[in-house]
Design a protein around this ligand. Structure first.
Ligand code: XMP
Length: 503
C-alpha cells in the first residue's frame, strides 16, 4: 500500500465510511482489525492512521486497546469517537462514563477552527463516555452544546468525538482533507481511475501464473463480469473458463440475455441449465438460511462438475464484503456465498482481484474497459436469486409469479426513467393470501411487496419514495396482468434496521 490511509476498526458501524472518505479524496484506504500487528502496519507505510469509533468504553478493562504512541511513530493519527477517547485516555486526559448516550445530531462550537469560516457546525454523535479534561499539552478545538470537549489536537494527533465520516456531519470531507493534507502532508492524489485499473491488473498478474487456467462463475452482474473480462484480457480468453448457471431462480428472460452479453464480450462462456436440480433441492425448505446454504452447496457441486482441471477460482468479491466480515466477528447476518463457503477439499486458490474496491470504483473500471452501460448500470442481483424473494417454500409456480410481476416492475421503472435513480428494485412474494374483489367476485390470492432502495454500497440503504402515480400504475398492472395476485404492498424500511433482501 503506497500513499494510502489505514483505518483500525474498533467495531464501529461507520468504519467503512471512513475508508470511503479517503477514497473520495483520491487516496487508497484500507481497514484493518484494531489489533493488527505493528509489523503489518509498518510494512504498509501509511500516510496516516485512523482509529475508528466502537461500542466499547475505554473505562472498562476489557475494552479493545492498542498503543497510540507506537502508531504515532509510523504516521500521524486521527481518533474518531472511541478512537478519540482511547487517545485521551492514554495521553492523560480525564474521561467519565454516563449511562445516557449522546446519540444523533448535535452542534459544536469551534474555538480554533481547522478549516476556513467554521464557527458552528452540525455534527453526528454516538457516544456514552465523555472527555472531562484534556490531556496535558493538548489544544482544545471545540465543545458541543453541553460544553463537552468534542475535538482536540496534539503533535501529529487529531481527535474528534463526533463522526466526520457520516453525511449528517456538515463539512466532514473538509476535516478529512485537513488531516490528509495539513497533518499527514499527503502528496498529490494517487488513487485515480488509471491507478485502480493498474492495481487490479497487477493483482491478477501476482496471483495467477500466465499458463494456469482460471475458472470464473458469472452472475450476470457488474462485479463478476468485470472480473472475468479483466482476467481474460490479462491471461488470454481460452485460459479463463467462464460459467453461467441457470438456477431457475433468475429474472424472466435473464438467462438468454446474459449469455448473449457474455458472448458479445468474447468470453469463453458456457451456460448450464440446472433449474430442476435447484427446485428439487429446495423442495419443502422454509428457513432462509437453509435455503441459502442449499443453493450455495449446489453451486459448488456444479462448479466441481464444470471446472475441468482448473485450480484457480475467480470471484468478484468487493471491499464492503471484506469490511463487513471484519466487523461481523462471527455474528453472521446472512450467509452470502461469494466467499467463505468454499469447501477446503476443493483445494482451490481463490482469485479476488476486486477485493479492495468499492462498487462505484468497479463500475468505473467497467466503463473504462468498454462494458456497455446496459450491463454496468444493472441493479445488483443476489446469487440465491428469486429464492430469497419468495418467502417460505420455493416452487417453480411461485417463481413464475414473481418473474411475471418483476418483469412488469422493471419495465415500468425504465419507462418512467426511474430505474437509474434506484440502487436496487425488486419484488417479494409473500407466503399469505388475502381476500379481494375482482370483476364482482370474491378473490383469495397472493400478496406481492414492492421494494426499492437507494444506496452507495448496499451496506446502508434508504427506501425510495416513489411518486403515488407510479405506485398506482404498477399496482394496477400487477393485479391485472398477474392473475395469481390480488394485493400489492410497499416496503418502507431502511437498512438498518431492515436488510435490503427479506431473507
Ligand atoms: P442485504 O439483504 O444483506 O443485501 O442488505 C445487501 C446487498 O447484497 C445482495 N445480496 C447478495 N448478493 N449473494 C450475492 O451475490 C448473496 O447471497 C446475497 N445476499 C444479498 C443484496 O441483493 C444487496 O444488493
Amino acid at each position: 500500500m503506497n500513499s494510502g490511509f489505514l483505518i483500525l476498526d474498533f467495531g464501529s458501524q461507520y468504519t467503512w465510511l471512513i475508508a470511503r472518505a479517503f477514497r473520495e479524496l483520491s487516496y487508497y484506504s484500507e481497514v484493518l482489525y484494531y489489533n493488527e500487528s505493528l509489523d503489518v502496519i509498518k510494512k504498509k507505510k501509511p500516510l496516516g492512521i485512523v482509529l475508528s469509533g466502537g461500542p466499547s468504553s475505554v473505562l472498562t478493562n476489557s475494552s479493545p486497546r492498542r498503543s497510540v504512541n507506537e502508531l504515532l511513530e509510523i504516521a500521524p493519527v486521527l481518533g474518531i469517537c472511541y478512537g478519540m477517547q482511547l487517545i485521551a485516555f492514554q495521553k492523560g486526559g480525564t474521561l467519565s462514563s454516563s449511562s445516557q448516550k449522546n446519540y444523533g445530531l448535535n452542534e459544536v462550537y469551534w474555538k480554533k477552527s481547522l478549516i476556513p469560516n467554521l464557527n458552528k457546525q452540525k455534527v453526528w454523535m454516538s457516544h456514552g463516555d465523555s472527555l472531562q479534561a484534556l490531556p496535558p499539552k493538548a489544544q482544545l478545538l471545540c465543545r458541543d452544546s453541553n460544553s463537552l470537549i468534542t475535538a482536540f489536537s496534539m503533535e501529529r494527533l487529531l481527535a474528534f468525538q463526533f463522526h466526520p465520516e457520516v453525511s449528517h456531519t456538515e463539512r466532514g470531507k473538509e476535516l478529512f482533507e485537513y488531516f490528509a493534507f495539513k497533518l499527514c502532508k499527503a502528496p498529490p492524489k494517487s488513487w485515480t481511475k488509471q491507478s485502480r485499473l493498474d492495481f487490479v491488473i497487477s493483482q491478477i498478474r501476482k496471483q495467477v501464473p500466465k499458463t494456469k487456467k482460471v475458472f470464473c462463475a458469472l452472475s450476470g452482474g457488474v462485479d463478476s463480469t468485470v472480473t472475468a473480462t479483466l482476467l481474460s484480457r490479462v491471461l488470454g480468453v481460452p485460459q479463463v473458463l467462464c460459467l453461467f448457471v441457470d438456477t431457475g431462480l433468475l429474472r424472466k428472460k435473464e438467462y438468454e440475455e446474459v449469455l448473449n452479453n457474455y458472448r458479445s464480450l468474447n468470453l469463453n462462456i458456457k451456460g448450464v441449465k440446472a433449474g430442476d436440480r435447484f427446485f428439487k433441492a429446495l423442495k419443502g425448505v422454509l428457513d432462509p438460511e437453509e435455503k441459502r446454504k442449499i443453493i450455495g452447496k449446489l453451486f459448488i457441486d456444479i462448479f466441481k462438475e464444470e471446472m475441468e482441471d482448473s485450480k484457480y477460482l475467480a470471484q468478484g468479491t468487493l471491499y464492503p464484503d471484506v469490511i463487513e466480515s471484519l466487523s461481523e466477528q462471527g455474528d453472521v447476518i446472512k450467509s452470502h456465498h461469494n466467499v467463505g463457503a468454499l469447501p477446503k477439499d476443493l483445494n482451490l486458490k481463490l482469485i479476488e482481484p476486486l477485493k479492495q474496491l468499492f462498487k462505484d470504483e468497479v463500475r468505473d473500471i467497467g466503463k473504462s474497459i468498454g462494458l456497455s452501460s446496459n450491463l454496468l448500470d444493472r441493479h445488483p442481483f443476489p446469487g440465491p436469486g428469486l429464492a430469497i424473494r419468495c418467502i417460505g417454500e420455493v416452487t417453480p409456480e411461485k417463481v413464475k409469479i414473481l418473474q411475471k410481476a418483476d418483469f412488469i416492475y422493471i419495465e415500468e421503472l425504465k419507462k418512467q426513467d426511474l430505474y437509474d435513480k434506484i440502487w436496487q428494485a425488486f419484488l417479494i412474494l409473500l407466503p399469505i393470501k388475502t381476500v379481494g374483489v375482482q370483476g364482482d367476485s370474491r378473490t383469495y390470492k397472493k400478496v406481492i411487496s414492492i421494494r426499492a432502495v437507494t444506496s452507495t454500497d448496499g451496506m446502508t440503504a434508504d427506501w425510495f419514495p416513489f411518486p403515488p402515480s407510479f405506485l398506482q400504475k404498477l399496482s394496477c398492472r400487477i393485479v391485472n396482468e398477474v392473475s395469481e395476485v390480488n394485493r400489492v404492498v410497499y416496503d418502507i424500511t431502511s437498512k438498518p434496521p431492515g436488510t435490503i433482501e427479506w431473507e
